[in-house]
Design a protein around this ligand. Structure first.
Ligand code: MSP
Length: 532
């Protein structure tokens, strides 16, 4: 980043590397990528962080089962799966943090030293339930009665498996000291937790009262040693949450590169999380920051789960679908489009091959792809591939000009609120309108008689200029196909790279100039005959 402007700083959760990624993980990363690309196209500085959570019992046990050391296990999975999946989904992250990196380990140790110096850390025994799947000390009210093979036992509501009973001497974080401050903070800043259901859940949890919580584990070996008690490691969540700070230079001197990055990014604008990890981000994390006297994140947004058979998709339950399975078939653009288009962000949703295939064909291949190929083919056929001017504008065109202005404004408003579905629908409705216009104006009929040339040219210009705007509006969502459309429209030569087009200008009619060289390139969304 070059300027000293505050960057829009967005994070994804860091993913456990006990196993390979499934589409639930790719979903969060994709949403973050679309949102940050949108902010970039608004001309803002952006910092987009993602990464992996490598410590804890879950990873340690996976490594043990795999017959290797935890470090070998994470090194292998990060390079074979977790880094490649970013390319698979086409994420343009600025950084990737690993919790086994020295920048993170040193930052975590420094942070907990500060909290100890500030008087918020004390020694005490912990006795109670722990879910290894969640890596969480459970409260009695969190658990459900087991059924079937687990009858008579208490099970975790997320994993449906029995919890483990722990008894160990730990160090505690004095979470209870922050109950009222957190309530006051969220009452004054209701937009800091979204959607509303997530806000309500956190407020009711806070009002029930906070108890102090273990910040270390004495029976776990795979983690970051406490600087003042080397026999213990930092509890994995109190190590992991700090990635948001250690990755942007927490603790570095202000005049260093890292220190400057911290000044430009902190605090985070959005922490994107799944709803299962809301409490960590909206209660424990801000309490830790209050204890360290650091500014709090502006927003935690909790999205829903991808479900299979009505339950959260997970590798543990063997319901995980890998992003490759879908992307090999439909491509990364269609993957990105589908999950943000078919499920309201913040609610649960189910993936089905049939639904994905139907939307791909109707909305992408037929809706947008066909419009683009017809437009470029007709300019090729009737105007030798050179974009004509629009000498005979009628009400039919003015309707489209106005619709575009409205769609661009609506998409911007909705996406800034992380309402991807409404944003995409605004653009899609505009595409539907343009398709209707093509059918009504029937340029192939106009082309039969040269007396209609002014109208023919106006219609062709209108379609191509509409596609110019669609390309920009959809670029954060489907960068590969929109970059291709942009070059087919000859827009790159006139207006520069698509990523540099500004959201604020997109609704202004007439940006693509007559004379643009239009070429019919590869189909944007090739037809897919059969779905696996
Ligand atoms: N390591 C912690 C996060 C630490 S952040 C400081 C963790 N990792 S995770 O790999 O289990 O989950 C990471 C994210 O993926 C969470 O936001 C979680 O909600 C999301 N998903 C995992 N399965 C999912 C679905 N089936 N559907 C949607 N998102 C899901 O928690």
């Amino acid at each position: 980043m070059s300027s000293s402007e505050k960057a829009f700083y967005l994070t994804t959760p860091i993913y456990y590397v006990n196993d390979a990624p499934h589409i639930g993980h790719a979903y969060t990363t994709t949403a973050g990528d679309v949102l940050t690309r949108w902010h970039r196209q608004r001309g803002e500085e952006v910092w987009f962080l993602t990464g992996v959570d490598e410590h804890g019992t879950k990873v340690e046990r996976a490594a043990e089962a795999g017959g290797v050391t935890p470090q070998q296990w994470v090194d292998r999975l990060v390079s074979t799966d977790w880094l490649p999946v970013l390319e698979t989904v086409d994420a343009a992250n600025d950084d990737f943090i690993r919790t086994t990196s020295s920048r993170h380990i040193e930052g975590v140790q420094r942070f907990w030293e500060v909290l100890r110096e500030n008087g918020y850390v004390f020694a005490a025994p912990y006795e109670g339930p722990y879910c290894v799947g969640c890596e969480e000390f459970k409260l009695p009210g969190d658990l459900l009665d087991g059924e079937g093979e687990y009858a008579g036992q208490k099970v975790c509501p997320v994993h449906g498996r029995p919890v483990e009973q722990l008894l160990e001497d730990n160090w505690f974080f004095q979470l209870s000291a922050f109950q009222q401050r957190l309530i006051d903070h969220y009452e004054a800043n209701p937009e800091a937790i979204q959607p509303q259901s997530a806000y309500n859940e956190v407020m009711s949890f806070l009002r029930q009262g906070l108890v102090d919580i273990s910040m270390s584990r004495s029976s776990v070996g795979w983690g970051i040693p406490l600087p003042w008690d080397e026999k213990q490691v930092v509890y994995v969540w109190f190590d992991a949450l700090l990635n948001y700070a250690t990755a942007v230079g927490f603790g570095a001197a202000p005049d260093t590169t890292e220190g400057k990055l911290f000044a430009r990014t902190w605090p985070a604008d959005v922490h994107l999380v799944g709803k299962d990890i809301l409490r960590f981000h909206a209660v424990y994390w801000p309490a830790m920051l209050m204890a360290a006297n650091l500014p709090l994140p502006k927003k935690v947004f909790a999205h829903g789960w991808l479900l299979v058979g009505g339950e959260k998709m997970s590798k543990t339950k063997l319901t995980g679908i890998s992003p490759d399975q879908i992307i090999d078939h439909f491509g990364s653009d269609a993957f990105r489009y589908y999950f943000l288009r078919a499920i309201a962000f913040g609610q649960d949703g189910s993936f089905s091959w049939e639904d994905m295939s139907a939307r791909y064909t109707a909305e992408l291949a037929n809706g947008l792809g066909n419009l683009a190929s017809r437009a470029t083919a007709m300019v090729g056929k009737y105007c030798e591939g050179v974009l004509p001017s629009a000498p005979a504008v009628t009400d039919a065109e003015v309707v489209l000009h106005d619709a575009l202005t409205a769609a661009a404004a609506e998409a911007d408003r909705a996406i800034l609120e992380l309402d991807f579905l409404t944003g995409i629908t605004a653009v899609k409705s505009f595409i539907d309108l343009v398709n209707g216009y093509v059918t009504e104006q029937a340029p192939w009929v106009l082309a039969k008689d040269p007396v209609n040339d002014d109208r023919l040219h106006t219609v062709l210009y209108t379609i191509c200029e509409s596609l110019r705007a669609v390309a920009v509006l959809y670029n954060p969502l489907m960068p590969k196909a929109m970059t291709s459309l942009w070059s087919q429209l000859g827009a790159e030569a006139q207006l520069g790279p698509i990523g540099e087009q500004r959201v604020a200008d997109v609704g202004t009619w007439g940006r693509l100039q007559p004379g643009a060289i239009i070429t019919k390139g590869d189909s944007l969304f090739p037809r897919i005959e059969e779905v696996a």
